[in-house]
Design a protein around this ligand. Structure first.
Ligand code: FEO
Ligand code: CA
Ligand code: CA
Ligand code: CA
Length: 619
């Protein structure tokens, strides 16, 4: 298969081959260092990282686990001094607790945790797991020797699955979010499963709540309430008594902050119990990294689903703010929000996201598309069809999108927007369950193991328009089954599968990160030929794609960003060693040695990449 013939001026590096090694590979002429691994202290009295042995109280001042979306907020425009803000998607409990009694030497699978003889969990372990979730904010500066270091700073902060948060937008105060914790429905606690992120035009950070449903159980007795409310059922809250990914509701003390993870209707009303706690999850969470005292805000008008992230269209003074967000589950949707108010530089803040219209995408087979409004009275969203008002529509966003007749996609992951053309790109990572009968033009493969990237634009670049034109930028895969919009297919320099993270830099270089799952050296399956998860760079104009970097065993390649000058890149590797078996864990073999390579537990970390000649990354 031939590569696209055109040569890009954006992409100047020599591509790296696929890798099967437990290592990081960058192109010739590039170097890297490790920064900000799980457990590195950033705040408080800076408790030292003790692999597999830290306490919950220590973890509350340390970088969390399973790094995902990341952004560099420059301090006074600097490319050598800024705040790194990143999400922690989930946890690998066996690595967090590796040296603790009950874990060391015992067989633990990915995600399994220790229960006592009564089926209860140790409070401090749960406290630590809650603290290893959420968001880390820390200052980092370039040192005299060219390396980057974490710096103690008043901005440094951990936001966890227990941090108080405000609920804003149309759902604030509605009956859906009134809880024992917040009887007036204006507050909640915590954020979990923060996957990708967004950066607002007013320089704040948005963390996405993706697979939050898995953290809750709803153990309500059948005779009390035979069916789960649709606000739980459509999103997959578990009915298993031990449900909840890590059984946080089973912490031994029975403290309120733990028990609330069981969304059971026990009391006479919602303000007596925890039944509405899950309704306070599934949102985008806004954080101002420059105000360490600020309360994070859940922006409910951006919809409730498995948010992967959010991406903002370039702002125009005097025009509405527009952003896009994908719902990463099989056959779910892509959404757009258009504000009622217009952007005013220096004045606009996050409250502009509280008034507007949420839309969901329909992709027609002829390359056109349209945005369907999810608002009272529109597209079938009436009380007669079960949607009482705007808050009801937003809490039940997925059901509203079903009713409106949106296009069911192959797991929408990150989006990004080319800042120079305004074209929007979204990764559709894979969908093994799509049947031949369900194939359409934008999701063109049955049993889609490899994924594709869709792209759209508007007449006159106006993101507020209801109709758009789309094409597939690349259908990912190997030389035999891939296709580029510019013609030809992928080859040795760029085969990849399962696009997940996307980020277009200021020069329009499109960075593509892969998540083929927990791929290790012993993996056997349809993705084997692609090796370990990787980062590639594409030129949207020429269609050229080259493999830039490959990562260690077990990880996926998550966040990516550069400093404003483009000369330092930060890349997150999440869950190294995750593929390792329970028996190997019991034998003290952890699946990967990244990033410490001394036989201790693997941990997620940020890889800082520079070019040896000091140039722009990728050029
Ligand atoms: Fe957390 Fe959809 O990746
Ligand atoms: Ca992802
Ligand atoms: Ca993924
Ligand atoms: Ca993942």
């Amino acid at each position: 298969a031939a590569l696209a013939q055109t040569t890009s001026s954006l992409i100047g590096f020599k591509p790296v081959p696929v890798s099967f090694d437990d290592t990081v590979v960058v192109p010739e002429g590039y170097s890297f260092q490790i920064l900000g691994g799980t457990g590195e202290p950033i705040s408080g009295d800076m408790p030292a990282y003790r692999p597999g042995a830290n306490t919950g109280a220590e973890q509350e001042h340390q970088i969390g686990q399973c790094h995902d979306g990341i952004h560099f907020f420059p301090i006074e425009g600097s490319s050598e001094d800024g705040l790194l803000v990143e999400n922690h998607e989930y946890i690998e409990p066996r690595f967090l607790h590796a040296e603790k009694e009950g874990y060391k030497g015992a067989a633990f699978d990915k995600r399994s945790v220790l229960y006592d003889a009564d089926g209860m969990r140790d409070d401090d372990e749960v406290r630590m797991e809650i603290a290893a979730h959420g968001i880390s904010i820390f200052r980092t500066t370039k040192q005299a020797d060219g390396s980057w270091a974490i710096v103690a700073d008043p901005h440094n902060r951990r936001i966890t699955a227990n941090t108080p948060m405000e609920i804003a937008g149309p759902v604030r105060g509605s009956a859906h979010v009134r809880t024992k914790y917040s009887p007036d429905g204006t507050m909640t606690r915590g954020t979990v499963n923060n996957c990708a992120h967004g950066v607002t035009p007013w320089n704040t950070y948005l963390a996405a709540e993706e697979n939050w449903a898995g953290y809750f159980a709803n153990t309500t007795e059948i005779d009390q309430k035979p069916d789960l409310p649709r606000e739980h059922a459509r999103y997959g809250v578990s009915t298993n008594p031990q449900g909840g990914r890590y059984g946080w509701h089973l912490a031994k003390s029975g403290a309120d902050e733990f028990v609330r993870w069981d969304a059971t209707a026990k009391g006479a009303s919602a303000t007596d119990d925890y039944r509405n706690e899950p309704n306070t999850y599934g949102w985008m969470v806004e954080v101002d990294p420059f105000d360490p005292e600020s309360t994070p805000v859940k922006r409910t008008h951006l919809g409730r689903f498995a948010h992967e992230g959010v991406v903002f269209a370039p702002v125009v003074e005097g025009a509405p703010v527009v952003c896009y967000s994908g719902d990463d589950a099989r056959f779910e949707y892509i959404y757009k929000f258009v504000s009622d108010d217009v952007f005013v530089p220096g004045e606009t803040d996050g409250s502009i996201l509280d008034r507007g219209t949420l839309y969901v995408a329909r992709f027609n087979d002829d390359g056109s598309g349209e945005w369907l409004a999810l608002a009272p009275g529109r597209n079938g969203l009436t009380p007669a069809n079960g949607f009482a008002d705007l808050a009801d529509i937003l809490v039940n966003t997925r059901l509203a999108a079903d009713t409106a007749g949106a296009t069911k996609m192959d797991r929408p992951e990150w989006g990004t927007i080319d800042p120079n053309t305004g074209e929007v790109y979204f990764a559709l990572t894979n969908n093994s369950r799509r049947t031949q009968a369900q194939v359409d033009a934008v999701n063109p493969r049955a049993e889609n193991n490899f994924g594709q990237i869709v792209r759209w634009n508007y007449d006159n670049g106006d993101h507020t328009k209801a109709s758009f034109d789309w094409d597939l930028f690349v259908i990912a895969g190997n030389a035999r089954n891939s296709a580029l919009a510019t013609g030809g297919s992928l080859g040795d320099d760029n085969t990849f599968a399962c696009p997940d993270g996307l980020w277009c830099d200021d020069s329009s270089r499109l960075w593509i990160q892969t998540d083929m799952g927990d791929i290790g050296p012993d993996y056997e399956g349809p993705l084997k030929e692609f090796g370990m998860n990787m980062l590639l760079a594409a030129d949207p104009a020429t269609g050229e794609i080259k493999r830039f970097m490959t990562g260690p065993w077990g990880q996926e390649c998550t966040g990516v960003v550069t400093t404003p000058d483009g000369k330092t890149m930060f890349v997150n590797f999440q869950h190294p060693g995750a593929h390792g078996s329970a028996d190997d864990f019991a034998a003290g073999k952890y699946g990967s040695s990244f990033p410490d390579y001394n036989g201790t537990v693997p941990r997620s970390a940020t890889v800082v990449i520079t070019k040896d000649d000091g140039g722009v990354i990728g050029a």
